[in-house]
Design a protein around this ligand. Structure first.
Ligand code: F6R
Length: 618
């Protein structure tokens, strides 16, 4: 949902901004722009289209200046166009801003400013912020001329008028020595260098320059000068805080020789898995044990009547797998809900419940809102997230990190499998605490072998690639499965639809006859996930039902398993593991299938149409 960046220092700002925007492009790619202070003027260049279009334009001229802001857009208000692209300026063109978020009351503010002579160029909500800052700036200039903080006061005053979400970067001709940044409900990070400072919506954009950062808190304002940074509360009180250190290395935010981030991240999964598992596994005399020092599960966990999990998209699918795992290992009822549903459905709270929120980015607006609602209801929140310093990690009571490293591709892969891993560990730990499991070590031993098994599946990726080259043009692809396989099917279908634009759906296999089978015809591919051994016969019948109606079929099942050879067109096998842990492996071929279908169809899997990675607005 848009990426913003900004630079103040001794380097030329333009190349710094462009490099940062490349790292943020996953957040939006329908237009991009920069504004750089050159002598006493703000030079704004912004273009509809991917970042390369802006880059090509900027290659034709030199824009000198060491203070600037940049933006990559995912349109919400106003179609993608040059005019609607950011940065936006006030009427005079002497104040420029970039914005990530949505200003919900922009129409009201726009009318208010128009009544005072404001003339607007774009259809965006963002433009009103530039005009509003200028409005107060003019006022303060009349009232208190010569004060060096007029711009800051004007920004702070404007912020009090805004309803909605924002991460903002503001620069002005009259203040060549500073860059102002602010956030509410959209992430923003200040990067600290020597004689130079940065802002960005996400850490990878800063890694080339620094690992020392401030994660701006809700409603904080930062003023970046070349030699220092001041942080303020909304009320204007100065904040003294030590910076945070981020460990991510630059290489993990680069493609590393792969054609796309998505393919790289699919391959990263073996390592991400090991990084997430190892710190939590200890080898005791009696076998493996789970070390959860970071979250200190107390007696309340053993006695909790229920687990509630909420999340969006892929993270919600992880929650669905988690439901089966908690019920299997810890015999505890689990309620799973989509965060955007949960937040508006007047849910019934029980403060004794365990409340889990899952979010790769830790910034998803609906997930944050659901968490805040539950917190208000007295719940203690455990967050599973990949983003250290994210809003979710800061507001939750307990945090379990997925150590997957930066996930850049819009389609989530390694975040999903590491979320699954955290959920399995929690379910096993809870099973032990509640006395439902006497020994988790066989499962933990199995988990410790998953990374190698992932690598073995990846070694066979050409089989999936060949299958995709034959099937990528199907009108419809349905994924079916039962129990754990059904939960994984949901994720398989999402992967395929979001990057290949094929109509794909997941069905609980037992539901086929209750309606969905009416959709099956000769242009349908049905992929059956078959890893729940006691249900194989039922899946065999399901495959017969769809193939007899003309559908092509693929079964994903265990190595050495022959139950499907006679009924399915194709069988892809994965290394054996205990049935209940199968989602950790069975998703990998489906991720590869989605990736290769997208490539066959000529789509860029890293930048699917209409999508952006981090959904920080409703
Ligand atoms: C799909 C995908 C999305 C996200 C969803 C939640 O591949 O990436 O469905 O899973 O937007 O995002 P997070 O996990 O950041 O809250």
């Amino acid at each position: 949902m848009c990426g913003i960046t900004g630079y103040i220092g001794y380097r030329q700002a333009t190349p710094v901004l462009l490099e940062a925007l490349k790292k943020l492009e996953y957040r939006g790619y329908d237009s991009a722009g920069i504004a750089v202070l050159h002598e006493d003027a703000l030079l704004v260049r912004k273009m509809k289209g991917p970042l390369q279009v802006l880059e090509a334009r900027l290659a034709t001229e030199t824009i000198a200046g060491s203070l600037g802001i940049g933006h990559t857009r995912w349109a919400t208000h106003g179609e993608p166009s040059d005019i609607n692209s950011h940065p936006h300026t006030d009427v005079s063109g002497r104040i420029a801003i970039v914005h990530n978020g949505i200003i919900e009351n922009y129409a009201k503010i726009k009318a208010w400013l128009q009544a005072r002579g404001g003339v607007f160029k774009s259809d965006t909500d963002t433009e009103v912020i530039a005009h509003l800052i200028n409005y107060y700036y003019q006022q303060y200039q009349k009232d208190i001329p010569g004060t060096r903080d007029i711009l800051l006061h004007a920004v702070q005053h404007a912020l009090t008028r805004l309803a909605g979400s924002y991460a903002l970067g503001v620069i002005a001709c009259d203040f060549p020595d500073r860059l102002i940044a602010a956030r509410k409900d959209s992430p923003l990070i200040v990067g600290l260098g020597e004689g130079e400072h940065f802002i960005a919506s996400d850490v990878p954009a800063l890694l080339a320059y620094t690992r020392e950062v401030y994660f701006l808190e809700e409603r904080e304002v930062a003023v970046l000068y070349r030699d220092h940074v001041d942080l303020f509360t909304e009320q204007g009180e100065k904040i003294i805080r030590a910076p945070s250190h981020v460990d991510w290395d630059l290489a993990s935010a680069e493609k590393g020789g792969y054609a796309h981030f998505m393919l790289k991240e699919i391959h990263d999964q073996a390592k991400a898995f090991t990084d997430t598992l190892r710190p939590r596994l200890t080898l005791e005399a009696q076998g493996w044990d789970i070390n959860f020092d970071e979250i200190k599960l107390d007696a309340g966990w053993a006695e909790a009547p229920r687990i509630v999990i909420t999340a969006c998209g892929t993270a919600w699918h992880a929650a669905m797998v988690g439901k089966y795992a908690f019920e299997r290992f810890a015999r505890i009822p689990v309620e799973v809900d989509i965060a955007s549903e949960y937040r508006y459905r007047n849910p019934v709270f029980n403060p004794q419940d365990i409340f889990i929120v899952i979010s790769q980015s830790g910034e998803t607006a609906d997930t944050l809102a659901a968490m805040r609602l539950a917190k208000k209801g007295g719940a203690r929140i455990l967050a599973i997230t990949n983003a250290v310093g994210s809003t979710l990690s800061r507001e939750a009571d307990l945090v379990l990190y997925t150590w997957a490293g930066p996930e850049i591709a819009v389609a989530s892969t390694k975040a999903f499998t590491t979320q699954l891993l955290c959920l399995y560990l929690l379910a096993l730990k809870l099973g032990l605490l509640r006395g439902c499991l006497s020994d988790a070590s066989p499962y933990l031993q199995a988990l410790s072998e998953v990374a190698d098994k992932v690598a073995r599946i990846l070694n066979q990726k050409e089989l999936i690639q060949r299958f995709a080259s034959r099937q990528f043009n199907k009108d419809k692809v349905f994924f079916i499965g039962r129990q754990f396989d059904y939960a994984v099917s949901l994720e398989c279908a999402l992967k395929l639809k979001e990057i290949s634009y094929t109509h794909s759906e997941a069905f609980a296999a037992g539901e086929l006859k209750h309606g969905p089978i009416a959709l099956v015809d000769t242009n349908t591919l049905v992929v059956a996930l078959a890893t729940q051994r006691e249900l194989f016969d039922k899946i065999v019948s399901n495959i017969r039902e769809v193939t007899s109606r003309g559908a092509a079929s693929l079964v994903i099942t265990w190595e050495g398993e022959s139950a499907f050879d006679a009924v399915a067109d194709e069988v892809f096998t994965i290394p054996q593991i205990e049935d209940s842990l199968s989602p950790l492996l069975s998703i990998i071929p489906a991720q590869l299938f989605a990736y290769y279908c997208a490539v066959q169809r000529g789509n860029d899997p890293d930048k699917p149409r209409n999508l952006a990675k981090s959904v920080t607005v409703e």
